[in-house]
Design a protein around this ligand. Sequence first.
Ligand SMILES: C[S@@+](CC[C@H](N)C(=O)[O-])C[C@H]1O[C@@H](n2cnc3c(N)ncnc32)[C@H](O)[C@@H]1O
Length: 270
Amino acid sequence: MNESDAPNPSSSAQNAYQSTPIDYLTRIARLFENYKTHALDFLELKAGLHLLDAGCGAGDDLLALAARHGDHIQLTGVDLDESSLAEARSRARNAKAKIEFIQSPLNPLPFSDGHFDVVRSDRVFQHLHDPMGALNELIRVTRPSGLVALVDVDWGTLVLDHPRAEFSDRLAAFIRDKHINGRSGRMLYGMMREAGLENLTAYAEAIAVTDWEVAAFIWGIPASVAAMVKADLAEAQEAEQWLDEAAAHAKAGRFFGSMTGMVVKGNFKG
Ligand SMILES: C[S@@+](CC[C@H](N)C(=O)[O-])C[C@H]1O[C@@H](n2cnc3c(N)ncnc32)[C@H](O)[C@@H]1O
C-alpha cells in the first residue's frame, strides 16, 4: 500500500476536534476516537456486569459504554476532581444514562472487596506517585475471575518531526519527565504481571497528529518550551526559533507528531 492509499485514521477525528469547542478531555476523546473505541472493544463486555471506571474524568468512556450497552451493564465512575464529576453527571442526565459518579481517589476506593466484575482506568496512572498501590486497590474491588484493564499513554513515545531534531528530542524528554509517571504505558504489563493477574493480553496503538495547532494544544508544547527556558534547560532564542520553525514547518504542510498508548487486561484469580 503506498502512502496515498493508506487510511488516515487521524483526519476525521481532527475535523471533529476543530469544529467542536468542548472541554479538553472530550476533545482528546474525539481526537483519539479509534484508540478509545478499540480500548472499549477490548473489554468484551457482556450483559449483567458491573464496571468501574477509575479516574473517569468528565465521563466520556462511561457515556460511550452507556450508549453501547444501555441498561444491560451497570456503570460506576470515580474521580478526584469534583468539577469533572459535575460535568459527567450533567452529561449523563442529558443522555438519560444511568451512571453512578462518586468522588474518590483511586486509593483507597470506597467499595468492599470484589464489588465489581470489571475495573478499568484510562490515562490516570501517569498521574500517580504509587501506581502499584493503586493497581492493588483496583484489584481488591474486583471479584475473583473478574477483569482489570489499564490504558495509558507513554510520554516517552512522543515524537515530533521538526528540522531541529535535537531540540525536539530534548523537548519530548522534558514533557515526559514533567509527568509524575511519564513512562506509565510501558510499565502496565509488568505491573499487572507482578500483581498476579492472569491471562494477560496487551496491545499498543499509536495516534498520529498532522495538525500543528492540535498537537501544540494536546501535548502542551508552547507551555513546555517556555518551561524549559524558565528552568534554564534551553536558551530563550533557540526556544523562540524552534517555535517559529515549527509554525513554518506546519505551514509547509509537513508537521507530523505521534504518541503511543498501551492497553493491558487480565483476570484476578481471587
Ligand atoms: C487524563 S484524565 C483521564 C480521564 C478519563 N479516564 C478519560 O480517559 O477521559 C485523568 C483523570 O484522572 C483523575 N485523577 C488523577 N489522579 C487521580 C487519583 N489519584 N484518584 C482519582 N482520580 C485521579 C483526574 O482528576 C482526571 O480526571
